[in-house]
Design a protein around this ligand. Structure first.
Ligand SMILES: CC(C)(COP(=O)(O)OP(=O)(O)OC[C@H]1O[C@@H](n2cnc3c(N)ncnc32)[C@H](O)[C@@H]1OP(=O)(O)O)[C@@H](O)C(=O)NCCC(=O)NCCS
Length: 155
């Protein structure tokens, strides 16, 4: 897409990122009725912007941020062959721009960054009913793995 820039987020993007974070939360609300009705927070944005182990990208079109996504290097479980992996999150594209491959561009850039850090194993979490997101991730090569199961014993 002409004029689209994929770039690293900076502290100057904080307001836009806070707004996108709430949009991700709203997008996932239909898939999880235990998300707090208000004041829900998903990310430590300051850490994602400043920490060398994190790479937070934004998609910018004509000065407006329309998409996001991060990779964060984390310690892996001791049972696994790899000692570290990259965890991906904060995947968001404004509704008017979906289906144009913007998330693909963000993810490919995060995959490149991970490889440059010597990290070749990547993980993310996605709700089973979030078909659009699952398709977008499968497009860049992710495959389904662990399934989280849950139960609520309240009344
Ligand atoms: C998930 C999300 C980031 C994907 O972004 P995107 O830029 O539309 O993704 P891409 O264009 O790279 O891939 C989109 C694929 O998803 C599907 N898709 C999802 N929404 C679509 C839409 N509105 N129009 C067309 N295709 C859509 C298509 O299958 C498409 O594949 P195709 O191009 O081969 O047809 C975006 O749908 C989104 O922001 N969703 C709300 C937030 C969210 O659920 N985030 C995921 C948290 S785990």
């Amino acid at each position: 897409m002409k004029n689209l820039i994929i770039r690293k987020a900076s502290s100057k993007d904080q307001l836009a990122l806070l707004s996108l974070e709430q949009k991700v939360i709203e997008a996932e609300r239909p898939f999880n009725n235990t998300i707090k009705p208000e004041n829900a927070i998903y990310y430590d944005l300051n850490n994602l912007v400043t920490d060398d182990a994190s790479h937070l990208l934004v998609a910018e079109l004509k000065g407006k941020i329309i998409g996001s996504g991060y990779a964060q290097i984390r310690e892996s479980k001791k049972s696994l062959k790899h000692t570290k992996h990259a965890y991906l999150g904060f995947m968001y594209v404004e509704p008017d721009y979906r289906g144009l491959g913007i998330n693909k561009l963000i993810m490919e850039s995060l995959l490149d960054w991970s490889k440059q850090q010597g990290i070749f194993d990547l993980y993310l979490d996605v709700y089973d009913e979030n078909d659009a997101a699952i398709r977008a991730y499968e497009k860049v090569g992710f495959v389904k793995s662990l399934v989280e199961m849950k139960i609520n014993l309240g009344v």
